[in-house]
Design a binder for this molecule. Sequence first.
Ligand code: ZN
Length: 207
Amino acid sequence: MFAIFLCYATIGLLPIAVMGNREHDTTIKRLIAMLNIVTPEYLNTQGFRERFWSKIDKNGPVPEHMPHLGPCWIWTAFKTPAGYGKIATTRPFYPIFAHHASWIIHFGPIPHGLWVLHKCDTPPCLRPDHLFLGTCKDNCNDRDSKGRGRIPRGEEHGSHKLTTVEVVKIRDLYAAGGISQRALGEMFRVSERAVHWIVHRRHWAHI
Ligand SMILES: [Zn+2]
């Protein structure tokens, strides 16, 4: 029984290696076909697409910090505790993230080492133009800039009082020169530190 499990677990790791490498050879392709492993081709089959699209609500919330993106497409089926959608594949016990499936369907394989991140900061969102590729580091920066990371809460409050328009104005004024970060802080009723993070794009990096 354990041997069977071990074998299955090993097989399960294959697509991770294969989908990140475009130069996989014919032998591996045959193996994938034989084992019915998840591939971009599989995600584009009619059966999968019907299942996928039937679980999406295209009238989700409009991101407050980026309203020009339009409404999120929300995954309505199973979600992880962090809110990311998951969808079953032909491999039992190996569901994939719904936003990964969306990326692969719309843009092709996810390059090895890159993450699919959300511009809209909405984990269950699958809308392709709300997604972007980044590194693990980008993910941390993105998270920090949106206030979910390791930056102390007391200090981050300062920049969260602002609107998008005010953040753009702060950057414009600072770039124009002649005004200090402290003066900008007083002008916009936030701390000097908050202004520092904004002009150096540690906060509001998505704008
Ligand atoms: Zn979205």
